[in-house]
Design a protein around this ligand. Sequence first.
Ligand code: TEU
Ligand code: CA
Length: 544
Amino acid sequence: MQNQEKRQNKKWWQQAVIYQIYPRSFYDSNSDGIGDLQGIIAKLDYLEELGIDAIWLSPVYRSPQDDNGYDISDYQDIDPIFGNLADMDALIEAAGKKGIRIIMDLVLNHTSDEHPWFKEARKSRENPYHDYYVWRDGTEGEYPNTLTSAFCGPAWEWVPECGQYYLHQFSVKQPDLNWDNPKLREEIYNMINWWIDRGVGGFRLDVIDLIGKEPDAMIMAEGKMLHPYIKEMSERTFHRADLVTVGEAWSATPERAWSYSNPDGSELSMVFQFEHMTLDQEPGKSKWDLAPLPFLKFKQVLSKWQTNLYNKGWNSLFLENHDLPRCVSRFGNDGKYRQESAKMLATLLFGMQGTPYIYQGQELGMTNVMFDIDEYRDIELLNLYKERKALGYSEEEIMRSIYAKGRDNARTPMQWSEAANAGFSEGTPWIRCNPNYTVINAEEERINQGSVFNYYKKLVALRKSEPVLIDGCYELLCAEDERLFAYTRENAADKVLVVCNFSDADVTFPMYDLWNDGEVLACNYAAPGNCGTLRPYEAVMIKK
Ligand code: TEU
Ligand code: CA
C-alpha cells in the first residue's frame, strides 16, 4: 500500500500534534493577572508557527476555582475570569481558520459543590438530584470506609441535612458523580452533544477511569461498569463527529488500553497512561516520596507501551502536563545542558508511535521553580504541605518534594518575553513567574535558530513528512545500556533510528556505523558528532 494511501487510512489525530493550554497561565489579555480566551486568540499565530493541529484546553467552564477549574459549577457556560461563550465561539472559529481544532477538557467524575445539581442534592435524601452523587448512610465522625482523597484526608464529607456522607475523591468541593444513575448519564450526554454542536474538535476526559467506581468494594478505578459506560457515552455522543477523545487513566495498562483505544472506535481514541510517570518515587508510596529514575525500567515501560499497542490501540505521547513537573528538570538537565536535554527529550518523544502532546512552555524548555511555600497556589500541594507538617516531616524534606513534583511547577505563567511578568500580563500574575523568563522566553527562541522552540518546530514538521513515524514498527535497542535510549521505527519503505544520550558524559553508540550513511532527520547539536560517540544529552534521528 502506498504511503499516501496508508496515510489516508489514518485518522487525523494519528498524524496530529496536540498542544495543551492551561488557560489561566497562558496569556492575560485584560491585565487581571489571569490568562483568558482572548489571550489564546491573540497567540494563535505563535501556535500556527509551531505547527500544531489541535489545542487541548484545560477547563474554562464556570467554576469556584477550588481546583483551578476542575471543579465545574456549569458545564455550559464560561467562567467570567476566562471570558464568555462568545469568546469561546470566537476561539473555535479563529483556530479553525488556521486548521487548529479545539479539544475541551471534560470533568465527568465529579462537579463543584456549587453546581446546581449538588446544591439540590444536599438538601435531602428525597431531592430528585440526590442520587446524581454518591451518598452513604452513617453517623457523624464514623466514615463509611477508609477511602481517602487524592488531596489528603478522608474521601467522605458529612451532610447533616441528609444524615449521610458524600464521596469526594478529590477536594471536599468536588463531590463525585454517580454514574450508575441513568438520569445523570443522560444529562452528561446532552451536555457533550451541546459542545459537539458548538464545533469543538474533541475531548480530554478527566480521570475517566474512575467513573465506574464501586465505593463499598473500595474500587475507584476500572470498576466493572467503566467500559460499558464509556461505550454508551461514545455511542451517544463522540460517534456523531470526527472527534479525537483522550481519556486520563492513571490505572491504565496496555491490555486495558486495548479496550480504551480499540481501533473499532467503540470507546476513545487513546488514553493518557502514567506508568512512566510513577517510576521516580519509592515503590508503593506517593509521588512525594522521591527516588532516582530507574532508567532501564523507564525504557522498558515506554517500550512495552509501544509494542503492546502496535496495531491494537493508540498511544498518547507526553512528558509534561498541568499536573506534572517540567520534563527538562525531571528527566533532563535544567542547568548546564538545559537546551540539549530539552531537545533530546523532544526527540525521544516525537520518534515514537502515537500522538505527541506538547504542554505549554515545554517547547521553550521551561523549567521547575523553587518558591517559598506562600507563593504556591495548588490545592494538592498546599494540602500535602499541611498534612506532612502535621506528621512531623521537616520543612526541608517537604519542600524538596514540592520542588520536584508540585503541580505549580507547570503552572507558572507562560514565558513570552523578557518584559515584566514574562510578557504574560500587565497586571499582577495569579502566581509568580519563574524568574528565568529573562533568559527562557518565546520571543528570544523564535529568532534563535538553535532554540528549543525551533527544534520542536522541526520535529512537528517531521511528523507530517515522515510516514514511518506514524506507522513504523518500534524496536528497542541497547536495552541494558544505563545511559542511552535507542530505538528504531520501520515500515515497508523506511527505517529510522532514534538514539538519545540521557547523561552528561560522552557515550559510545556501538551500532552507529550501521547508520552513519543515513539521512539525519534531527540532531540537537549544531551538527552530528563523529561516528558512534554521543555528546552529553545528544540526540540523533537518522533515516535510511
Ligand atoms: O488529575 C487526576 C489526578 O489524579 C492527578 O491530579 C494526581 O492527583 C496528581 O496530581 C498527579 O501528580 C486530574 C486533573 O488533571 C487534575 O488537574 C485535577 O486536579 C484532578 O483530576 C481532579 O479533577
Ligand atoms: Ca485575564
